[in-house]
Design a protein around this ligand. Structure first.
Ligand SMILES: Cc1cc2nc3c(=O)[nH]c(=O)nc-3n(C[C@H](O)[C@H](O)[C@H](O)COP(=O)(O)OP(=O)(O)OC[C@H]3O[C@@H](n4cnc5c(N)ncnc54)[C@H](O)[C@@H]3O)c2cc1C
Length: 822
């Protein structure tokens, strides 16, 4: 017994130091003192001596006491250099781009919640609010999405004019160049509001404000280029597009076969150095109407007119539409969301060097330029458009489910529908918080490479879930397209958002964890960077420091993961009020588990982990859910911990934790080295999988929130266009919703009498008269029922068309005839 007690005391002392991440010196002193004291008390001299010998044997090399620690790290450095995959320039660029924000804390295994909570609350300026309430509100009032998506397959001229005049294309362009100079939050809010009315308009506005000519010019353009293009781009005098993708290079964008050869040509009688360009691009947004084309191609200089390099690498240029030979103008047709999108081609086009973004010295830096700018645009455009879409799903589906009656009840009352409504409400809460968090990161000056990938992936994936649920709840009303259908186009458009700016499968499998593990890990990048130090003793020094830091980090995460798992995350550092304290503790637990698994996977599989995409994707999911949950907790704090939001927060939080658990379990279960998998199971899930998805009861509370007016619903609908204008069915439905709810008890009285056969008339209005006469309901109640029935009829109605209306104005045959005639 005394032996056991002594060993246990030493282990607890070590474990406590590891849990709290005490320094090596503190650990050595604490453990040795504990062993001596407990050894004396329990009178176990032999055990005490053995333990002390072990502790000293560990402490001496670690603390560099006489024995140089480098004698251990030197051979390990050799091994590490062998197993570490050589990063391509492309991968190196991707890893070095961007900054690390709070996601780094989540990867640390011991997040500092005060770091999160002390971030300023993101807010719009007075000017930005005025823009939302002014031009954006006005624009929303002008939009007829059926006209855009079906009749014109384009925005009507007055919408184009309005968008240009009010500088919607210049939100990211600073005021000094005539732009709006908006914060990322305002940019996001504008896109969200537009997306509640038209995915086509939101996409059209998003692109010039995302990664493209304006963003690239702002960062790398010469003064001359900035002064010329930015003021014109701000007012839509120039319409930009950016052409990277082609038939042979989609996700693998660095393999573009498009090329330019540096050469000389006589232009206007003057010999000019320029490039002869050959390219074939497709899927390019705004290309058909672009006046300036941003082009990515590989530049070669065989005659060494620019320097001594033959292959300069990926290069970016801005070609005016008037460039002779530039083929542009035809259109693709992305899933009935007809924003301008099409191919751009050029064969042996000559472009002077002055078209290079930033000038000739930026030739070959194109990939770095793109990757450095990517995170900012990706953090805003698609997450915001998706968030606008899901907010509108809340407004439309929540109201419709309350209005649509079947089996004598609002369909919202059926548990099956309630389940879909709960998903819509809970996931919208999460998506909105995520979108806001990434916009806030950009406003803090971060280049959030990892969060932008998380936001792009999850906002659009949840957009897909919610769009599907919204359609299901609407039944036939959602399926029959026409001006009255506000849900169908949103559902059709979701796969577009899933595909662009890093197609989602690749974003999940390759990017989130791949970049996150190396960028956010406190030691891995340092170890990799140590390898590139030329001087051996400096390299060893840097590697030794990173390696032993890393070892301590690993031990601490194993202990923290096990201890927090054993206690069901009931102990440890926390923040927030009594309601959310347990949430922070759960995040501590899974943060430690993520850090432990990430380290173990990278340590055991080394470079092979890059090809184990299914494992990498699951760990990426864990990082994502922790990030999203943190964003929700921050939002809860920023909004003053509103009690009304708790069901939404709770639903979304438990969903995230359940998904976290399943992703961790999947990663551990499928880890190819079985003994490691078994050990991880014990450390991460000592009592098995205990997280459960949100309960049915909680789901009911969420469904109740989105089907009735209230402060929590209002917050979910922030920035949605709900003005009950004639073009906004959802706005008008929401205007009627209070009456629909007020009518429910009256309908019950009326329905009872109806069922009891109290009325002779077969006509609804006749029955209402009889009900008033019989004293079942009063006159005001009858008027309410009549008003609601008439109002609801408009919303449950669908469109029908003359067959000629649905026929395409021009058939393929007509096009062929025209082409043959030409
Ligand atoms: C409507 C629309 C607008 C667009 N706008 C522009 C624009 O303005 N400018 C521009 O340059 N481009 C634009 N694009 C191109 C867009 O960025 C690409 O479509 C996208 O990069 C994917 O390329 P791909 O379509 O060729 O798919 P592919 O690369 O052929 O991918 C097919 C599938 O394989 C998956 N995949 C590929 N590699 C991996 C991997 N290593 N691991 C796991 N999965 C992988 C992908 O996720 C995808 O699911 C647009 C595309 C669309 C559809």
């Amino acid at each position: 017994m005394s032996v056991l007690l002594t060993v246990l005391a030493a282990l607890i002392a070590t474990g406590a130091c590891a849990y709290h991440r005490s320094g090596l010196r503190t650990w050595a002193i604490t453990t040795i003192v504990t062993t001596v004291v407990v050894g004396l008390l329990t009178r176990a001299p032999i055990t005490t001596v053995i333990l002390l010998l072990i502790e000293v044997a560990i402490a001496v090399p670690l603390l560099n006491l006489g024995f140089r620690r480098k004698q251990i790290s030197a051979p390990l450095l050799k091994m590490f250099a062998k197993v570490t995959p050589k990063l391509s320039d492309t991968e190196q660029t991707a890893l070095e781009a961007g900054t690390v924000g709070f996601e780094g804390e989540l990867f640390s295994g011991k997040p500092d919640w005060h770091e999160l909570l002390k971030q300023p609350k993101p807010e719009l300026s007075v000017e930005e609010k005025a823009f939302l309430d002014g031009p954006v509100e006005q624009l929303c009032g002008m939009l007829d999405d059926w006209q855009i998506t079906h009749e014109l397959a384009d925005l009507p001229p007055e919408v184009w004019d309005f968008v240009k005049k009010h500088k919607f294309f210049g939100m990211i362009i600073p005021k000094q160049y005539g732009g709006l100079g908006f914060s990322a939050l305002a940019h996001s809010a504008v896109l969200q509001k537009l997306a509640t009315m038209s995915a086509t308009v939101a996409s059209t506005v998003a692109v010039p404000n995302s990664l493209g000519p304006a963003e690239l010019l702002l960062h790398y353009g010469s003064d001359e280029q900035k002064n010329f293009y930015l003021p014109r781009l701000a007012v839509g005098e120039e319409i930009p597009c950016f052409a990277l993708t082609g038939p042979y290079a989609g996700s693998d964008a660095t393999s573009i076969p498009d090329y330019g050869i540096v050469c000389k040509q006589v232009v206007d009688g003057v010999e000019t150095i320029g490039m002869r360009l050959n390219f074939d691009k497709r899927y390019i947004t705004l290309a058909p109407i672009a006046t300036v084309v941003g082009l990515a191609f590989r530049l070669y200089d065989p005659d060494h007119l620019l320097g001594d390099k033959d292959d300069l690498g990926i290069t970016l240029a801005l070609l005016p539409r008037s460039t002779p030979g530039l083929e542009i103008g035809r259109r693709h047709f992305p899933l009935n969301i007809p924003f301008q999108n099409g191919p751009v081609r050029g064969k042996d086009i000559f472009a002077p060097l002055s078209t290079l973004i930033g000038g000739p010295h930026m030739a070959g830096h194109g990939w770095r330029m793109l990757v450095e700018c990517l995170s900012v645009g990706r953090a805003i455009s698609l997450p915001s458009n998706a968030t606008g879409g899901v907010r509108m799903a809340v407004a439309g589906t929540g109201a419709y489910a309350r209005m649509r009656k079947q089996f004598g009840l609002a369909v919202a009352r059926f548990e099956g529908v309630e389940e879909a409504l709960a998903r819509i409400g809970g996931l919208t809460y999460a998506t909105a918080a995520l979108s806001r968090a990434t916009a806030a990161a950009v406003d803090r000056g971060e280049k959030p490479a990892v969060p932008s990938a998380i936001a792009k992936y999850h906002a659009t994936e949840w957009g897909r879930v919610i769009a599907g649920d919204a359609l299901d709840v609407h039944g036939g009303k959602g399926v029959q397209l026409g001006p009255k259908n506000y849900a169908g186009r949103a559902w059709q458009g979701v796969p577009i958002a899933i595909t662009v700016e890093g197609a989602n499968i690749m974003t999940r499998s390759l990017m989130i964890f791949g970049q996150g593990a190396i960028r956010c890990h406190p030691y891995v990048l340092k170890e990799m960077q140590a390898l590139s130090i030329a001087d051996y003793s400096e390299r060893l020094k840097a590697f030794d420091r990173a390696l032993f830091g890393h070892l301590g980090f690993g031990v601490s995460n194993a202990v923290r993961s096990f201890a927090l798992g054993l206690t069901g995350a009931r102990i440890g550092e926390t923040a927030g009020d009594a309601y959310v304290r347990r949430y922070y503790r759960k995040l501590n637990r899974y943060s430690a588990a993520l850090a432990l698994c990430a380290d173990t996977f990278m340590g055991v599989l080394g470079g092979k982990l890059k090809f184990k995409e299914k494992l990498s994707a699951r760990l990426g999911d864990v990082l994502s859910y922790l990030y999203i949950a943190s964003a929700m907790l921050k939002r809860y704090e920023d909004t003053g911990r509103p009690e009304a939001d708790r069901p939404l927060l709770a639903w979304a939080f438990h969903e995230c934790m359940w998904r976290t658990q399943m992703a961790l379990d999947g990663a551990i279960r499928n880890f190819p080295v079985r003994p490691v998998s078994w050990l991880l199971r014990v450390l991460v899930f000592p009592f098995g999988r205990r997280e459960v998805p949100p309960s049915d009861r909680l789901g009911r509370r969420v469904a109740a929130i989105i089907t009735a007016p209230g402060e929590a619903r209002d917050r979910l609908l922030e920035w949605a266009y709900l003005t009950p204008t004639s073009n906004n069915t959802v706005g008008r439905m929401n205007e009627l919703l209070p009456d629909v709810i007020a009518a429910e008890p009256v309908e019950r009285k009326f329905g009872k009498a109806q069922k009891a056969g109290q009325f002779k008339s077969h006509d609804y209005l006749g029955q209402l008269d009889e009900a008033v006469k019989a004293g079942v309901i009063d006159v005001a109640e009858a008027a309410l029922l009549k008003r609601v029935r008439e109002g609801v009829f408009e919303f449950i109605s669908v469109d029908d068309f003359d067959p000629a209306e649905l026929r395409s104005a021009v058939t393929r045959k007509d096009v062929k005839k025209l082409a043959d005639a030409a």
